[in-house]
Write a protein that binds this ligand. Structure first.
Ligand SMILES: [Zn+2]
Length: 141
C-alpha cells in the first residue's frame, strides 16, 4: 500500500507523520512534518495494519450502536403507546357501559357525533389529545 505525503505528494517510505495544520490532520512525509504540529508518527506497516483492521473493528462498534438504537426505539415505542394507547377505545366502551350510557349520550356530553364515539371504541380512529381528555373527564377514566 503506497502512502503519499499530503503536502509534497511524494511516497512515504517508512514513517508517516500525522500532523495537524489548522484544524485538519494530514499524513505527511518526514520532511513536511515541520509544516504542522506533529500528533503522531506511524510506521508505514503499522498504518497498513490498522487500516486492515478497521473493517473488522466496525462490527465491534455496531453492536453497541444497535443496543443504543434499540434503546431509543424501545423508548419511542413506549412513547407511542402512551400517546396512542390501543386500549383506550376499550376503556371508553367499558366506562361508558358502566355508566349505562349509549354511545349517543356520551357523544352529546362531549359534543361529538355518535359515529366518532363508535370509531374510537372500535379503535378505527385514534382520538386527539383534546378528545381523549374530554372522554377521560366525562368517563372518569
Ligand atoms: Zn512531504
Amino acid at each position: 500500500m503506497a502512502v503519499y505525503c499530503e503536502i509534497c505528494g511524494s511516497e512515504i517510505k517508512r514513517e508517516i507523520h500525522l500532523i495537524r495544520v489548522n484544524s485538519s490532520e494530514l499524513r505527511v512525509c518526514k520532511s513536511c512534518a515541520k509544516y504542522g504540529e506533529v500528533k503522531k508518527v506511524l510506521e508505514k506497516n503499522q498504518l497498513a495494519h490498522s487500516a486492515a483492521r478497521s473493517p473488522a473493528s466496525s462490527p465491534q462498534i455496531s453492536p453497541s450502536d444497535d443496543k443504543k438504537t434499540t434503546k431509543i426505539y424501545e423508548q419511542m415505542l413506549q412513547d407511542l403507546n402512551e400517546e396512542e394507547d390501543e386500549d383506550f377505545g376499550r376503556r371508553v366502551k367499558e366506562a361508558r357501559e358502566r355508566k349505562g350510557w349509549k354511545q349517543e349520550e356520551l357523544a352529546q356530553k362531549i359534543h361529538e357525533k355518535q359515529s366518532i364515539i363508535r370509531k374510537i371504541e372500535t379503535g378505527d380512529i385514534i382520538p386527539t389529545k383534546e378528545l381523549r381528555e374530554k372522554l377521560q373527564r366525562v368517563l372518569n377514566i
